[in-house]
Structures are given as structure tokens and as C-alpha cells.
Design a protein around this ligand. Structure first.
Ligand code: FES
Length: 102
């Protein structure tokens, strides 16, 4: 059964920014690409790297450790060494607050 959890306020993740948080042991990433909000797992699928410390561009988020870029719509890596997709989550915005369905 899924539930919606509050991630943060909309103004905490401006265009081009990343926001990582932990809820009930679950580590999640919020990203704002050109005004579109995405939610994925926070930790890279290749090794233990926090993607909120990575780099965001139009292609997605680039892992800070070995530089795989993950598409934030599909979760799939565009390049090696990561081979496994990140989990992606539905997002909704309500009263300037970002919610993620987990
Ligand atoms: S830890 Fe992310 S690509 Fe290696």
C-alpha cells in the first residue's frame, strides 16, 4: 500500500537544485529540472553515493562519485558504471509543498 509523504516546501528546491531527505529510513531525492519536480531514490545504484551532492542538468542527475547520469523520468542511467535504474516516485504539489508517493 502506498502513501503520500511530505518531502519539503517548493521554495526549498529551486530550478536546477537537488534536495535529499530521509523518512522512516527511506532515502529520497527531489530534483527540479526547469521547474519540473522529480523524486527518486537518493543513493546511487552503483555504490554508496548521495546523489543530492551530485550535479543536475537537463539530462538528469550526475553521480558525484563515478559520474553516471540518471534520467529522472525513467530512473535509467545514461552511462556506465551504473547499470541499474534508480527507483522513481510520483510527485504532487499542494499549497507549495512537495509530496512523494512511496
Ligand atoms: S557510485 Fe554512482 S556511479 Fe558509482
Amino acid at each position: 500500500m502506498s502513501e503520500w509523504i511530505k518531502a519539503c516546501n517548493l521554495d526549498q528546491v529551486k530550478k536546477g537544485e537537488l534536495f535529499g531527505f530521509v523518512q522512516d529510513g527511506r532515502k529520497l531525492l527531489i530534483a527540479n529540472i526547469g521547474g519540473t519536480i522529480h523524486a527518486t531514490d537518493l543513493i546511487c545504484t552503483h555504490a554508496d553515493a548521495d546523489l543530492s551532492t551530485g550535479f543536475l542538468n537537463d539530462q538528469g542527475v550526475r553521480c558525484p562519485l563515478h559520474l553516471s547520469v540518471f534520467n529522472l523520468v525513467t530512473g535509467k542511467p545514461n552511462n556506465l558504471p551504473a547499470e541499474t535504474a534508480l527507483k522513481v516516485y510520483p510527485v504532487k504539489i499542494n499549497n507549495s509543498e512537495i509530496f512523494v508517493e512511496i
